[in-house]
Design a binder for this molecule. Structure first.
Ligand SMILES: Nc1nc2c(c(=O)[nH]1)N[C@H]1C(S)=C(S)[C@@H](COP(=O)(O)O)O[C@H]1N2
Ligand SMILES: [Mo]
Length: 417
């Protein structure tokens, strides 16, 4: 075993395990699969290699996948133009006004000379800044765009500055869109979600840092909204306008094209290392990631079936198949993401004062998993993986519809020859 992996599996693993056992935050199920994982990794050099090569838990800001819209994309504007339109920290201004069509009653709209500035945001940050990990995922793409630690000021602090008194039910918001109404990409939230954080969720924030670095223009800087529990379309980039409204329903741009905009992150998984060909009776290493949605992650499972044997027609989600548990990887010693030594900074939600996670795997982030199949005779096979959430729902349940976020069971075909 190489040094990196020995460190990863050995020292740190036992440290985190001791910590978890002591504090009682690691479930027996996760512990058992982690034991299995160590045993597997020690057995198989190819699995060891795959684990050594895995992406880090946090994604470098520049390595996030970008699905920005706009002609031109706002982050491609030159520096002078960015300054002119308020897309730099020293020129940024946020207007917070009442909706002319469905007015909310506010005493102090923030606009014109009274618009909210980056300096004022930093002033609020001194007292109110929070940071939390979150996986950014597009509702319409199967794969997370990246996992990061997002830092910002709770949006409610700015809403309260307008002194609202009545008729405030919804807040909608949008960013710089080349001054072309057709290019506007708008999202919205019920005001209650902004004012209060239910179910132990982090707050909705005005985000200005990712992994401890100023939010880049490509990631939506200088300031974007980040909604912890939702898909990417709620996290508006290049934020310029907040509108306080008495509207009673969602008016997100994304509600067009059949998207379900009332759908928090789902739990689901996919492979990173999967077989395309294997030798008879040789171990088959598999690794992958799992997105941990609103209902958490209890298990990742793998099932390999013979391709020429027909599957029962009355079980489309393969609930009766002989699924085997994979190992969910323990918290790493190096979280990556560009932090010095890969350490989690103090006062990050979900982590304790030593930078250790308070539970594992963490909800609304991405975890990794591994599996080692002992070997198969020659033949044609299909590998599938699925998650089981903390309510016991197996993928693609409990919300199987495509337009509320991807959760389809991944299917990989391979041959043993
Ligand atoms: N202003 C603006 N914000 C936006 C979008 C956009 O087109 N314009 N796209 C949204 C969508 S659909 C997604 S999935 C996320 C992607 O975030 P990322 O580019 O930082 O990965 O940004 C969201 N915020
Ligand atoms: Mo998206």
């Amino acid at each position: 075993m190489d040094n990196h992996l020995r460190r990863f599996l050995g020292e740190h693993f036992s440290v985190t395990r001791r910590h978890f056992v002591k504090t009682g935050v690691l479930s027996a199920a996760v512990l058992a699969t982690q034991e299995a994982f160590t045993a597997q990794a020690e057995q198989d050099p190819r699995l060891q290699q795959a684990l050594t090569d895995l992406e880090t838990w946090l994604t470098l800001p520049d390595d996030f996948r970008d699905v920005s819209r706009g002609k031109p994309k706002p982050h491609k504007l030159d520096d002078a133009k960015k300054k002119e339109v308020g897309l730099t920290r020293d020129s940024w201004k946020l207007n917070v006004i009442s909706d002319t069509e469905n007015p909310a009653i506010i005493k102090n709209p923030l606009e014109g000379d009274n618009a909210f500035t980056f300096d004022q945001l930093m002033e609020l940050a001194k007292e109110h800044a929070v940071r939390f990990p979150k996986v950014m995922t597009c509702l319409n793409i199967g794969c997370p765009l990246g996992n990061g630690i997002w830092e910002g000021v709770p949006l409610r602090e700015v809403v309260w500055k307008t002194q609202p008194t009545e008729n405030l039910r919804r807040v909608f918001y949008y960013g710089y869109h080349n001054d072309e109404p057709k290019q506007m990409f708008r999202s919205s939230l019920p005001v209650g979600r902004i004012l209060e954080d239910p179910y132990e969720l982090p707050p909705v924030i005005l985000c200005y840092k990712l992994n401890g670095q100023w939010l880049t223009s490509e990631r939506g800087g200088p300031v974007r909204i980040v909604v912890p529990e939702d898909y990417g379309f709620k996290s508006i980039k290049w934020l310029t306008n907040l509108v306080l409204s008495n509207l009673g329903t969602a008016n997100d741009t994304y509600i067009e094209q059949n998207n379900d905009v009332y759908s928090p992150l789902k739990t689901f998984c996919a492979t990173l290392t999967a077989p395309n060909a294997a030798k008879p009776d040789a171990p088959i290493p598999v690794t992958g990631w799992a997105q941990i949605g609103i209902s958490g992650l209890k298990k990742v499972q793998v099932w390999i079936s013979e391709r020429d044997t027909p599957l029962p027609e009355d079980d489309p989600n393969f609930t009766r198949a002989p699924w085997q548990d994979a190992a969910i990887l323990p918290a790493p010693s190096d979280y990556g993401g560009g932090y010095p030594d890969g350490k989690i900074p103090s006062a990050t939600m979900g982590f304790d004062s030593h930078g250790q996670p308070e539970s594992w795997p963490l909800r609304l982030t991405r975890a990794h998993w591994s599996y080692l199949h002992p070997g198969l005779p020659a033949g044609r096979y299909t590998l599938r993986c699925r998650t089981i959430d903390n309510n016991g729902a197996a993928q693609p349940m409990p919300r199987p519809f495509r337009k509320s976020g991807h959760a389809k069971i991944e299917t990989i075909r391979f041959e043993v020859v």
